[in-house]
Design a protein around this ligand. Structure first.
Ligand code: ADP
Length: 278
């Protein structure tokens, strides 16, 4: 059976998509928007977006997290949330509070229905609705987890909303970096400031012997950042505790606040805050 929010989404998606490409505007209730992007899937983009949001929230900012990864929404799993958002009287979706973050995800609205086969207009409509039909409550910063690559969701976001900066997540390998370059180029062309590149799944340290292993290589993203002249924000370790926290619906930053990776997340978040809020 379809619920109220589900029908609301489906009914409005086509009208929202039919509107012409607008001039980017501010989103009501949001001071700054940071898009988190990657060239390909599986590099840890959603995990990084979640933990950066948690780090900003720990620093005292009112923070939101929007899952715009239409084809593979994973924030509900990472955050351990299932409840459907409610609607306000004037038909805005009320963000779901999770781990002190205001969150919204297509997965919360559409339930089991798969967005995998959606094409242009449906994707564009869904992204616009999640930007403009959510009652974000006085956020300092909203992190947006984008799908991998450079498709309709990314273009819709950039054309509709003023995006204050983009963070690119890549693993150290060449292949991930080649894809990441395309994303960088898209943001540049659309005049979205590149806040920097984050290397994820960098060095793995064996908890038994302390030896370090560069499973996907290391340093690739740093070299690339230098080569193309964008900030390198940091290299996050490959750490099984990060995966385990996500699988269990815990936010790693909260459950491992004193770990090396958590400190790195906080350092990166501070750099972002300094750049976008100063
Ligand atoms: P993407 O959003 O790029 O598709 P995810 O954030 O969903 O990637 O991460 C893919 C998988 O990798 C998940 O199982 C996640 O828990 C795991 N993961 C992400 N970052 C790390 C890391 N630094 N160390 C270990 N596992 C990680």
């Amino acid at each position: 059976m379809q619920t109220g929010v589900h029908s609301f989404m489906v009914d409005n998606m086509k009208t929202a998509a039919a509107k012409p490409a607008p001039t980017p505007v501010k989103i009501a209730g949001v001071k700054k928007i940071v898009a988190v992007a990657s060239g390909k899937g599986g590099v840890g983009k959603s995990t990084v977006a979640t933990n950066l949001a948690a780090a900003c929230q720990m620093s005292g900012l009112r923070t939101g997290l929007l899952d715009a990864d239409i084809y593979g929404p994973s924030l509900t799993k990472i955050l351990g949330i299932t409840q459907k958002p409610q609607l306000t009287e004037d038909k805005k979706l009320i963000p779901v509070m999770a781990h002190d973050l205001q969150t919204m995800s297509i997965a919360l609205i559409m339930g089991e229905e798969r967005a995998m086969l959606w094409r242009g207009p449906m994707v564009m409509g869904a992204v616009r609705q999640m930007l403009f039909d959510v009652a974000w409550d006085n956020l300092d910063v909203l992190f947006i987890d984008l799908p991998p690559g450079t498709g309709d969701a990314q273009l819709t976001l950039i054309q509709s909303a003023i995006v204050d900066g983009a963070v690119i997540v890549s693993t150290p390998q060449d292949l991930a970096l080649i894809d990441a370059r395309r994303g960088l180029e898209m943001f540049r062309r659309m005049n979205v400031p590149i806040l920097g590149i984050i290397e994820n799944m960098s060095v793995f340290t064996c908890s038994g012997c302390g030896s370090e292993f560069e499973i996907f290589g290391a340093g690739g993203a740093k070299d690339e950042a230098e080569k193309i002249g964008v900030p390198f924000l940091g290299a996050l370790p490959l750490d099984p505790d990060i995966r385990a926290a996500s699988d269990a619906g815990h936010v790693y930053m909260n459950s491992h606040a004193e770990s090396r990776a958590a400190l790195l997340y906080r350092e990166i978040a501070e750099k972002l805050i300094e750049t976008i809020l100063s």
